[in-house]
Design a protein around this ligand. Structure first.
Ligand code: ATP
Ligand code: MG
Length: 555
């Protein structure tokens, strides 16, 4: 984008769509689809595909379908279907009409299989599986034609019908397209279109014991739905000739496939298979564990739909695989929550501080601003008294000159309150500081300060007798290795053993007693936090979404 250019430049898919529209190639509005396989919970990589497909439909006045690619009954379930619907809706998108399923088209696909046989474009192959594999050849060596390749049409039709009626066991035979065993593209060497699986399907029950392969189902489903732009990740590029071949042989609506790079995120795995392993092996507490890169996990962690959409836009759409820095995702959520989250006082690692010249029976209410980024958020009252908690790390016995917080004889401001000066502190037998004593300057009250004092540091605090104790869960990266795609040994060996830290006595201001699961806050100077559904009436649980700054960069 040039500096004078007000309009952001188009990504290559937008360019393609605009060219198609300009050249009158579509004859109908842009129609995309998001085609998840319901074999796991959606992850941040799927968010890219969702934002891309639904976003393009929105941008070009078209529609986007939600279509479940449910052709592998062993691994699929209704639980996953529901999770996917929920996540798409959470991101703020509405699919066109009802949710659709490749299994809705099993009948039509079967008819098309028969047509391909009748046109001598497919055949039933009952060569043993091992031999079929050998005959496929290798990327550098052509394959060998099956001895069943030229069996009479009638015979193939009959065998297909027998397959369908359950007369043959799993693996006994397959339906193959008749294309080219010498093709340099392995996917064109008489690929399998149907296989026998005596398994119940979560939607079609026992109706079928043969199921179409991805290749035979996907393009045909696109075509049935009139999808104009079928967007998928780069690994499907080698499938495209087959996608086009099938549509051409069947003479059906010419959907067009375009590939883009997957999203890969540092210190994360984005593979449902691996995420399932983490869940089943109890390495995490379920699909929605806030450390998981699933949308349900990061939602529980406190990531917002806007943050995720902005993140996906910043990542952009390209044709080369890369690894995205998690810092970009964290930046996106900070940017969003900075505008939306109210500020509160919370002390993660509390130490008691007594103000010796403040009357012990006195309490006063101080006025605090809820969100300096949002005037409409208003103000609240914060109770102050002679005993408060501050962060342990905000006091040093022998601080360096540039430590602008508290130390012996040093002065700091308590946010929204007074300037205090440290006059003494107590230690236990192990040398740990157990209490700090300060005096305060009554003339230094925030907003009406006549003390003439200038201090460099401002501390957050909570009044001890008014504070509520809560549990806080701090999360760190789930893996210790940045590029998990390059890991060659067991990926589980790269798990970060310290990805979860639980603080069970965090002190927060009393206004948080009313907070409900899902409510989000900035704890001043600490980071963004969300109330977790695990909260009980007498003990709230907060998840830290993200720190205020990038702590990891320092490590
Ligand atoms: P996984 O490898 O996690 O199992 P998948 O590709 O098998 O992913 P699908 O349910 O088939 O999962 O994916 C639905 C859509 O999302 C597909 O169009 C797929 O290309 C896209 N998609 C999956 N992973 C990513 C990713 N990391 N980045 C972008 N798009 C993705
Ligand atoms: Mg898949």
């Amino acid at each position: 984008m040039s500096e004078n250019d007000a309009k952001p430049s188009l990504n290559f898919i937008e360019q393609l769509i605009e060219d198609d529209i300009k050249n009158n190639k579509l004859q109908r509005p842009v129609h995309t689809r998001f085609p998840p396989e319901p074999n796991g919970y959606p992850h941040i990589g799927h968010a890219k595909s969702i934002v891309l497909n639904f976003g393009l439909a929105e941008k070009y006045g078209g529609t986007c379908n939600l279509r479940f690619d449910d052709t592998n009954p062993e691994k699929e379930s209704i639980e996953y279907v529901e999770a996917i619907k929920k996540d798409v809706e959470w991101l703020g998108y509405t699919w066109d009409g009802d949710a659709l399923y490749a299994s809705d088209y099993f009948g039509q696909l079967y008819e098309w299989a028969k047509k391909l046989i009748a046109d001598s474009k497919a055949y039933v192959d009952d060569t043993p599986v091992e031999q079929i594999r050998e005959e496929r050849g290798t990327p550098t060596q052509p394959g060998k034609e099956s001895s069943r390749r030229n069996r009479p049409t009638e015979e193939s039709l009959e065998l297909l019908e027998e397959m369908r009626q359950g007369k043959h066991p799993d693996g006994a035979m397959v339906l193959r397209a008749k294309i080219d065993m010498a093709s340099p593209n392995m996917h064109m060497r008489d690929p399998v279109l149907y296989r026998i699986r005596h398994v119940e399907h979560h939607r079609t029950g026992k109706d079928w014991c043969i199921y179409p392969t991805y290749d035979f189902a996907h393009g045909q489903s696109d075509s049935i739905e009139g999808i104009t732009h079928s967007l998928c990740t780069l690994e499907f590029e080698v499938h495209r000739p087959l996608y086009d071949w099938l549509i051409e042989q069947l003479g059906i609506f010419p959907s067009k496939q375009t590939e883009f790079a997957r999203l890969n995120l540092g210190y994360t795995v984005v593979s449902k298979r691996k995420l399932l392993q983490l869940v089943e092996g109890n390495y995490v507490n379920g699909w929605d564990d806030p450390r998981m890169p699933t949308l349900s996990g990061i939602r529980r962690r406190g990531y917002t739909p806007d943050a995720i959409k902005n993140f996906v836009h910043k990542v952009g759409v390209a044709r080369r695989d890369s690894l995205t820095d998690v810092a970009l995702l964290e930046y996106s959520v900070r940017e969003d929550l900075n505008k939306k989250a109210n500020r509160v006082m919370g002390v993660l690692d509390p130490i008691k501080l007594t103000i010796t010249n403040y009357p012990s029976d006195k309490e006063e209410m101080l006025s605090a601003i809820n969100n300096p980024e949002d005037e409409l958020a208003g103000k609240r009252e914060l109770p102050f008294s002679n005993e408060i908690f501050i962060e342990r790390g905000d006091f040093m016995e022998d601080p360096p000159r540039k430590f602008f917080r508290l130390g012996p004889e040093r002065e700091v401001r308590l946010k929204y309150a007074y300037i205090i000066k440290c006059v003494d502190y107590k230690k236990d037998d192990n040398g740990n500081i157990t209490e700090i004593f300060c005096t305060y300057d009554p003339n230094s009250k925030s907003g009406q300060d006549t003390s003439g004092k200038k201090v460099k540091g401002t501390l957050s605090w909570v009044s001890a007798k008014h504070a509520t104790s809560v549990e806080v869960r701090l999360y760190d990266r789930l893996f210790i290795t940045e590029n998990m795609n390059e890991v060659e040994d067991d990926f589980l060996k790269h798990l970060n053993p310290d990805s979860l830290q639980i603080l069970d006595d965090v002190k927060v201001e009393p206004s948080l007693s009313d907070a409900e699961p899902g409510d989000q806050f900035q704890f001043e100077r600490q980071g963004y936090f969300i109330v977790d559904p695990d909260s009980a009436a007498d003990k709230k649980v907060f998840n830290r979404t993200v720190t205020l700054r990038d702590n990891w960069a320092k490590k």
